[in-house]
Design a protein around this ligand. Sequence first.
Ligand code: ZN
Length: 459
Amino acid sequence: MKRLHLTAAGLALILTGCGGAAPDETAAPDGAGALALVGAQLIDATGAPPVADSVVVVRDGRIESAGPRDATPVPDGAETLDVSGKTIIPGLVNLHVHYREGPEEMERQFRSQLHYGVTTARSIGSDSPERVAHLLASAGRSDAPRTYTAGTGFSYPGGFNAAGRNAPTTEEEARELVRNQIALGVHFIKMWVNAVAEPGLKIPPEIRAAIIDEAIRNGAIPVAHIDDEADGRQLVEAGLRDFLHSTVLTFGPGAGVPVDDPAPSPEFIRMCLDSGAYFTPTLSIVQNRWHFAEHPELLDDPELRAAFGMYNPDALAGWDEPARRAEVVDDPGFEDRKAAFRQVQDFVKTMHDAGVAVALGNDAGTPNVPFGWGMHHEMELYVEAGLTPMDAIVAATATGAAQMPPVGEADYGTLEAGKVADLIVLNADPLADITNTLEIDRVMRLGEWVDRSGFVSAP
Ligand SMILES: [Zn+2]
């Protein structure tokens, strides 16, 4: 019915044009089914400056037009919503999450993400076939984020995160296991390339190369967790472009103290620029090990408590204990851990300034990174690293979207005509203070308002 109406309106426009008559009232756009958000500051995440007084028109799940009020007419008859004094940003794109447990729990994790405006997520390496199926089946739902999955990731027997994962010892086995994952419908193939205390248990270079080659041949994107530049170089040479974490020692033996030479080399930066390799540095997985010990007042926020308690009530209960918090901040290694973390933040700033894309991901679903809330904290950590709030917002939206398959063709992540209407309306200006992204008025997914009621009392 709606489509027929639109066609008739389009026909009227064409007929008017054919007749050579000047546009008149009858040629005005028809606003049936359209919603106009009027008067907000618009951050479209294209990198353009903010628009102070904007109109965003949404229809049939997409942005029909977005721009300055004086250049963006509200279609006749459109429903309008006065959002003056507010700011509109795109829905957030989290490139590093780990969903937990079964479909019922995943639904709660979806709810938490949408409550906080995370409208796209990449689940990267810990999905059983059951979770892969649930993620694929959730496509197109306005009450779930858009998701991508890497299924079950790859390590080496006895190696980093190897338990329950694919751990091939030959190239042939690696190729077969990659094909098994792709047969499930996964979008990415993830590997953990990281040392453990016992030497020799990192995935050997020839097996990494086989994984990369087999993934690309079969239409999946290879992605690697690293914390070492030599591994980064080998992986780029083997054809990988998608990195998690950084080249600063973070997880391997000896991590947790500052390293002598933390900066990525000019040669590696050049390799990334020439190949288009990019990073999702994932700061929260490290910093959230102490953040709530240093800032227990954050846990007074009922929404954060709900998001935290919904997936990991034990961790929340731990941070509520003064003794547990003291254990963390009074640890003799605490200052070293913070200094080592600062080196990873410097990596983000160095890569960003060099022009290497840095997207946002936070390891949501690991013990101290709550779904939804954690993405806002990751943006805060980017600003602390030296990015502007605008840069952090672009990294958290457009940059990640541009890397999802088909690469470079995302129809979301920015707020422009034709893009999907995934957006957040904020009550305060995030350019003045990035933590204002938590001042959420409402969230839209696929052109529909997310039901954010009852979240703090949700089971
Ligand atoms: Zn992870």
